[in-house]
Write a protein that binds this ligand. Structure first.
Ligand code: FE2
Length: 386
């Protein structure tokens, strides 16, 4: 409870936070992120990339060999993070359509619950659009109940109840044994996942998380907070009651040039997941390993580090090492955080990852927004999309 109190301290009152938190406990308790599923053009090769570059481990597999006819899925794991990569095996159908429209991208943000039927009923009752009615799936390892609702764009939340299951991932999947097992890079869990929505849609989707899922708004940034000379965006961070699920929602704002959010919306053809922030306990080691394995990060100019210690005070890390990697630092009342952003990891300028290490801070690096957005603008300039 003490943890929640602190979260609420940060909150403004737009959604009557306290009340919502109490309600959240009642109607949609979430244990954490269960998995994130991406629809991709070539799951076999994507899986190789996430193993090699990001240190994910082979976990489970479903495809022709397990009786599927139209799709294949690879499940990868690193500590508490589960990624599912799914590709179609035939023409037509929902997955091909998704890839045609959006490129490789996140389809499912699955949430781990104790009761998937109740999660479905409570959210649909409050206005969620149904994606999947509560469905029991079983095999020799027990059963799982899943249900799902739509969120922004074509993205969905699937509620996963797995307390009666001991298999590799879900019924229908089998353990994926691979002879190729690159070491993990220290990614621990998903810290937050950010959604980009269209012009003037931020409030609508924050309202959705507040009213339909019982989340509370913990932070709000206006375009005054998040703008550079050229581009701007607005953002609000929605969190569930226990703080394990945090979804910042971005919308573009008017600037002299095209906002990165607008660029995303153009290439993704609508709203979707912009970035997945993954936590590490040692950002320098994690980022060093990822760089060695070919992950590209946004470039941060050296001047960012000139007055760093004046801005953030004492830190445990060597500034020269942070500078070498382009790791950003920000401090709030509770501590500090270190963060870094990859370049977009798919061909369309849409999705990317953030690596974050929190040392007390619960915020989202507002002090770094300007440096970050200038770095993104440099990329946009290279792409001719600024
Ligand atoms: Fe982030």
């Amino acid at each position: 409870m003490a943890e929640i109190k602190k979260l609420t301290d940060l909150q403004n009152t737009e959604y009557g936070t306290k009340k919502i938190f109490e309600e959240a406990q009642d109607f949609l308790p979430l244990n954490g992120t269960d998995y994130v599923e991406l629809y991709v053009g070539n799951a076999k090769q994507s899986a190789h990339f996430y193993k090699t570059a990001f240190g994910f481990q082979s976990e489970a597999y479903a495809g022709l060999e397990t009786g599927l006819k139209d799709r294949v899925s690879y499940v990868l794991k690193q500590d508490k993070i589960r990624l599912v990569l799914t590709s179609p095996l035939t023409k037509g159908g929902e997955i091909n359509k998704h890839i045609d429209l959006h490129g490789d991208g996140v389809k499912v943000v699955a949430l781990w619950v104790d009761d998937a039927t109740k999660a479905y009923e409570e959210t649909v009752k409050r206005g969620a659009k149904s994606y999947m009615k509560p469905t029991k799936e079983e095999d020799e390892f027990g059963h799982v109940i899943r249900s799902g609702i739509y969120t922004y764009g074509e993205t969905v939340h699937i509620f996963v109840e797995r307390k009666n299951y001991s298999g590799a991932f879900l019924p229908g999947y089998r353990k994926w044994e691979s002879h190729y097992n690159p070491a993990p890079v220290g990614l621990k869990f998903i810290d937050h996942m950010v959604g980009n929505v269209g012009w003037n849609k931020m409030k609508e989707w924050c309202d959705f998380y507040a009213k339909v899922m019982g989340f509370a708004q913990i932070v709000s940034f206006t375009d005054d907070d998040i703008s550079t000379e050229y581009t701007a965006l607005m953002s609000k961070v929605m969190s569930n009651g226990n703080g394990r699920i945090k979804f910042p929602i971005n919308e573009p704002a008017e600037g002299k040039k095209k906002s990165q959010i607008e660029e995303y919306l153009d290439f993704y053809n609508g709203p979707g997941v912009q970035h997945i922030a993954v936590a590490t306990n040692d950002i320098v080691a994690t980022v060093s390993a990822m760089r060695e394995r070919g992950v590209e990060f946004l470039y941060v100019p050296e001047e960012y580090y000139d007055d760093l210690l004046e801005r953030v005070g004492e830190i445990d890390e060597d500034v020269e090492v942070l500078k070498k990697h382009g790791i950003l630092i920000d401090r709030d009342e509770e501590g500090y955080l270190l963060q870094i952003f990859t370049k977009t990891i798919v061909d369309r300028p849409t999705m990317f990852f953030e690596v974050i290490q929190r040392k007390g801070a619960r915020s989202f690096g507002v002090g770094n927004f300007k440096a970050l957005f200038e770095a993104i603008e440099r990329e946009q300039l290279n792409r001719g999309t600024l």
